[in-house]
Design a protein around this ligand. Sequence first.
Ligand code: FAD
Ligand code: SF4
Ligand code: SF4
Length: 480
Amino acid sequence: MAEHMLKFVSIGQAMPDKRAAAERRRDFDEIYRDFARENAARQASRCSQCGVPFCQVHCPLSNNIPDWLKLTAEGRLEEAYELSQATNTFPEVCGRICPQDRLCEGNCVIEKGFEAVTIGSIEKYITETAFAEGWVKPPTPRKERGESVGIVGAGPAGLAAADVLRRLGYRVSVYDRYDRIGGLMIYGIPNFKLEKEVVQRRAALLEQGGITFVLNCEVGRDIGLEALRARHDAVLIATGVYAARDMAAAGRSLANIVPAMTYLTASNRKGLGDAVPEFDDGTLNAEGKRVVVIGGGDTAMDCVRTAVRQGAKSVQCLYRRDRANMPGSLREVKHAEEEGVEFLWLTQPTGFEGKTGRLGRVKAQKMKLGLADSSGRAVPKPVEESDIALKADIAILALGFDPEDLPAMFQAPELLVSPAGTVKIDFRRFETSLPGVFAAGDIVRGASLVVWAIRDGRDAAAAIHDHITARAAAPAAAAE
Ligand code: FAD
Ligand code: SF4
Ligand code: SF4
């Protein structure tokens, strides 16, 4: 065992410096500063180099974490980067926004007693060093191939697939209805979690590698799926999930009740320097307002923390279960609380009230947790005579997302979907019910995580390569 490792007994866990909440509230910059070189090496040296590394088992990309930690501790950063990027297309993104407390770090064996190795921060440090040193290269192939692949969606699933396929020599075109590359990484996730320059820097590399981006192009409206099938040797659907769940409640039609993505996209566009009339006229700007966010997932956390930064007068978050049973990352809740957000646990909205068509109050009732349902989660039940009303100038609904109706959108009734509307695939081949059409990411899994989208995109790319090479080999085999 290397002399550099196993230092968890003598060296305590330390994250990179976190900016003070009072400072964070005033801007949209990321909240952690970067590790200094010696601190990254010290933190990496805490790893006990487990024979069965549970961190790796619980990383969706099966990253070779113990080995790149060891290389970091030894100061061999270029090798650490090579190893890290071999399994992860965007390590600079995952290091920042994976819910590590539920994945790699939450399963680190030294977590109990000594606190986990700070894997995500070290992954970010390795990759930022690689960018600064010029070790990160565009995905250029050794040899070009004649075949082409069309990818619908420039989110992490589509981009990860594009990267892998381009390296294999394919001509790759990525179509997206947005005007920028990145999917939810650019218009959903706020800048204070993932600075937009990080996404744009990676997008520029993909373009330099020869990937063609066809932006402002909605498949199903501006071009048909059939046209893409005719144009390319294979097509990958990576369109994500965007149909916002709503609630049927009295007063829902009042103005100033907005879906989370509408609110977050406006904020992200503003940060990117776009003209956003609905932000400028105050409709989607929380400045000086009493804000109530409904929901307990990561999207709700992003909304409350965005509202704080926009200068809201007060920010309250309503969630019908308790803290222990919320779907979002507890790390994010802690950040939000530090920044001044008030959480009302076990509280369910029941309706909205207002005068002259505008929201004035959110009505709610308290809940208690009953027995678990078939999913294993405790079912919330209303507490009698526990009604409350909260003054509100804007309510943001962060209740989750469902897939859009893709067979209708693509005029492709033969594209089979699950009862939930996600695209059905053969999980070994990533192929949909349409031959030569593959699918990956949230549109297959339902709303999930960037790291899973990357994993799916990489696996789908490998499946597309198998499909095209098998097809190319077929006539030759038949002629023998
Ligand atoms: P997307 O990122 O949604 O990309 C799909 C792309 O397809 C979009 O660019 C869209 O414009 C395009 N598209 C859709 N339909 C068409 C069409 N018909 N024609 C052309 N283009 C089309 N995950 C984390 O791991 N960590 C987080 O901190 C985190 N925070 C999140 C915060 C918010 C507010 C949200 C909403 C999600 C968050 N997620 C987070 C989840 C994560 O962003 C998604 O799981 C991930 O982006 C899914 O990737 P994807 O490529 O499948 O889809
Ligand atoms: Fe952890 Fe995510 Fe990195 Fe995997 S990709 S090591 S889960 S931060
Ligand atoms: Fe190191 Fe923790 Fe992974 Fe073990 S589980 S190899 S201690 S990071």
